[in-house]
Design a protein around this ligand. Sequence first.
Ligand SMILES: O=C(O)c1cccc(C(=O)CC[C@H]2O[C@@H](n3cnc4c(=O)[nH]cnc43)[C@H](O)[C@@H]2O)c1
Length: 226
Amino acid sequence: MEASSLNNTLSNRILIMTAVEAEREAVQRGLGDTAGQRFDVQLAGVGPASAAARTALLLARGSYDLVISAGIGGGFEPHAAPGSIVLSDRIIAADLGSGTPEHGFISVDELGFGSSIILPDTAYLDRLTSVMRDAGLTVHTGPVLTVSTTTGSAETTAALIQRIPDASAEGMEGFGVAEAARLMDVPVLEIRAISNKVGPRDRDSWRIPEALKALTLASSLLPEVL
Ligand SMILES: O=C(O)c1cccc(C(=O)CC[C@H]2O[C@@H](n3cnc4c(=O)[nH]cnc43)[C@H](O)[C@@H]2O)c1
């Protein structure tokens, strides 16, 4: 059963998890002071393990109606250019599985050890997409991959696209946040503001200020939708 959706009451409480403080501040800036009572913006730390642990702890301590993993991320060409927003329609643990000499990567799903895909709340996702587009943001909806190691070469990028052809963005926390949400039966969303292309690592080309600005603008629209 989908744990959703679109209640849009003033009493909705929403937990937003970001990896680092700069992202937390960008989200908080967008939400402004008035949203403070409904929105709780907290640090997940970097990577899926920290994100899952910290999200689960917060969900166990408080009562929330929705959890959002938000932050900057890498964008897969041609879907997501730096400065744009990707809203996840599938939150995928892209490196959760086993490497094999014969068949390459085999996911946990194929191995029979669980699921590497968590679906976000579709009603919120559709509404957010249209409100963000109406506000002038460039928004793409597609799979966001969660990785423990950022993709840093053309070969690993190509391998991911071969497995997940519509891969749109990459981050390091989404699946951890979503796994905690699934455990607690709370709906989830993932928002990535694109700071860099997924591919050969070139830190100097990361457009972090632009991505944080887009994250702030995207966050400013959340109170209207959620
Ligand atoms: O250096 C800074 O000023 C700065 C400001 C805000 C955020 C950062 C980060 O490095 C955030 C790390 C966070 O970003 C995600 N991320 C960004 N690009 C990628 C990528 O290409 N592949 C995977 N993850 C990416 C990730 O979720 C990290 O936790 C720095």
